[in-house]
Design a protein around this ligand. Structure first.
Ligand SMILES: *[C@@H]1O[C@H](CO)[C@@H](O)[C@H](O)[C@H]1NC(C)=O
Length: 306
């Protein structure tokens, strides 16, 4: 095509998309109806996983819960039924084990049918300086926080592609956008999860499967126990997030097909600054925000969760 024609075209499109975004600051985007859809949530036995299950349940969905903690999952199932879930299925699944993911995925397909909303939420954190982190925990972190996403996509994406209908939700982290002192393996796993979800999302678009949506969630610390002990320096600028608020924002992002959800809002600004500021200013700003001492007081969960 002609350079001039294409340039004019992309300029006009740019103006149009910006006008549209601007209008949506005031006019809310219509939410989609997910009544009857099968929603799979990994790591559903606690934290954000449990709260998302309750939110999805209230939207008349069929829930498929995965966790390694049977008791936690049972409690989530009870709460989800109370919130109005059409049906709830529970599966013990260790997401760090590829063969187990595939085996349980087959069971899900037989018993609950095709999953149309896949929420990769299970996550773990080592919380040690890199040289102090045992190899086994580093590997486990990558397996649960990243590789499990590969295997669940392999298992559930084919049906979504065939129907050109579905939603892939990746619960990543702001540590998937910016490196953090004391979280090397965790950051690596979350950067990878973000890159993976973003790339597959583009691959789906490029192959015309625009009915399969992607949402990538990058929250700052959430008050769920996973990062117990960690403190934020200026809570007004970067608050520790309330899990109920995060769960509601995630569901809203899914219902409006929002691709990126960064929380709190200041994270959009911080992530953009990272790439444009002079390095030394970035470091100074990081120190000002307490980014270098975030993990100093880390205690974490008393027990591990999947
Ligand atoms: C959503 O769709 C279902 C059918 O799939 C329908 O019964 C229900 O009324 C719809 N809900 C809304 C709020 O439109």
């Amino acid at each position: 095509m002609n350079f001039l024609v294409e340039t004019v075209q992309v300029l006009l499109l740019s103006i149009w998309y910006n006008v549209k975004s601007f209008v949506h600051l005031f006019v809310p985007i219509k939410k989609k109806n997910i009544s009857g859809e099968v929603v799979l949530i990994t790591g559903a036995g606690s934290g954000i996983g449990r709260l998302m299950a309750q939110e999805f349940a209230a939207l008349d969905t069929v829930l498929v819960l995965w966790d390694i903690n049977q008791d936690g999952m049972k409690e989530t199932a009870r709460l989800a039924k109370q919130s109005g879930a059409r049906k709830v299925y529970c599966y013990l699944c260790d997401c760090s084990d590829k063969n187990e993911v595939y085996r349980v995925a087959d069971e899900v397909k037989r018993e609950a049918g095709d999953v149309s909303i896949l929420v990769n939420n299970a996550g773990i954190v080592t919380g040690k300086k890199f040289m102090d982190a045992p190899d086994s925990l580093i590997e486990k972190t990558l397996e649960v926080n990243t590789m499990a996403h590969f295997w669940t996509y392999k298992a559930f994406l084919p049906a979504m592609i065939a129907n050109n209908h579905g939603h892939l939700v990746s619960i990543a982290s702001s540590a998937g956008l910016i490196g953090v002192n004391g979280l090397a393996d965790y950051c690596a796993s979350k950067f990878a999860a973000v890159g993976f979800a973003e790339s597959v999302g583009l691959e789906l678009l490029a192959t015309g499967k625009d009915g399969v949506k992607t949402t990538i969630v990058c929250p700052y610390f959430i008050n769920t126990g996973m990062f117990d002990g960690c403190q934020t320096k200026w809570p007004t600028l970067l608050p520790i997030l309330d899990p109920h608020y995060v769960a509601k924002k995630i569901i809203n992002a899914v219902l409006t097909d929002q691709v990126y959800l960064l929380l709190p809002k200041s994270m959009y600004f911080i992530a953009a600054l990272k790439n444009i500021l002079p390095m030394e200013q970035g470091i100074a700003l990081g120190q000002y925000l307490g980014a270098f001492s975030l993990m100093d007081t880390f205690r974490g969960h008393s027990r591990k969760k999947s």
